[in-house]
Design a protein around this ligand. Sequence first.
Ligand code: HAM
Length: 425
Amino acid sequence: MRKPKFQSVVGMHDILPEDQKYFKKIYDTVSNIAGFYGYGRIDTPVVEDAELFSKGIGVSTDIVKKEMYTLRTKGGDLLALRPEWTAPIVRAYIENGMQSLPQPLKIWYWGPCFRYEHPQAGRYRQFWQFGFEVLGEKGAVIDAQIIQIFYSILRELKLKNLIVEINSIGDNQCRPYYKKLLANYFKSRASSLCLDCRRRLQENVLRILDCKEEKCQPLKADAPQILDHLCEECRAHFKEVLEFLDEIGLPYRLNPYLVRGLDYYTKTVFEIFSEKENENQVALAGGGRYDKLVKLLGGRDTAGCGAAAGIERMVNLMKASDANFPETGEAQIFFAQLGGLAKKKGLNLLEEFRKAKIGVAESFGRDSLKAQLARADKLGVKYTLILGQKEALEGTMIIRDMGSGKQEIVKLEKVVEAVKKRIKK
Ligand code: HAM
């Protein structure tokens, strides 16, 4: 087949109608949980001042160094398509005076992000995230609640083999000392590190712990561990987070190498993976505490904690699973028609069903009754309404019970009521 002249940009995809049911299912689950836990929805512009990210996420991170889509405006400003939501949310929090609202402020979001990454399965250049952020609360209970919310969402969507990994990366009191220790350790062994890690040694030594290269693993295994070098405050905080997780029976795995790829974190960091034997781990969600970010971006000293999840990665797993996710709209009945008059009457009738809040599927483009009944069967509706030439002239309609095959004739003006009664039964 010849390639079409225009194709979507590399790493960016259409979300086709057949995939929308997964997005809807995730959206409904997330917004329900957000409502229950008192999180308010926020939307921020897709484009921000590029410096917001270089300052917020860190100049030496992969996201800022290699992955940002930037553009220069005619006026000379350097803007960036948002690669993540946390820095924009903190910007919005400061700019809109949300610090004077009752704290903590709990917000959630849903929308696309952009990263110029090497595209591969589950890694895109435009991808969708949802996330939860809490501003103005230092307590460890919030770290645990954020993890609990993400774990519950993933479980509710029937995603399996979930692993929660957790670590603490300390704060401005204990981390500088630990980084020095780590740098000294790796410096004397630099020749055994991979090329990337030699660069990391200069730029951000913590990221060496994250390296997946075979070559670096033995060195990593003997490196000093942050949990042995946390200050009193960070140690107590981490202990409390783990106690909360134990209390709610949420399983987790301590991972002393988990450092995350964004510089704003302090104390708790976590990721949730789906992990199958002999298959690569898929990171579904990640987050942590960022107690210094609000101040760094120009606001009052305010604690923060949150996380985000990758929606396409969840959709990919949902599609591969054998769990059943119903189509969007969830039609309860199907409307089948034969002939011009039936089509005309059908348009009005559908509107009546919509007002009565009864989901109706139809197939106006098909003329054969057999094809329409086959479609109704596929959708799994309980009843099909049949309006043929004869019925349209007589002002009646057939209600067919798809389970038993039994058919009844009702007056057209009574059909909505008749269907309502049957559905209620
Ligand atoms: P992140 O770990 O960079 O964290 O991204 C969160 C999730 O987004 C990942 O676990 C993954 O599922 C998904 N994701 C990331 N990059 C891609 C990609 N190229 N293609 C598809 N999915 C992707 C953050 O973004 C932080 N802002 C999370 C946070 C919120 N921390 C505190 N609050």
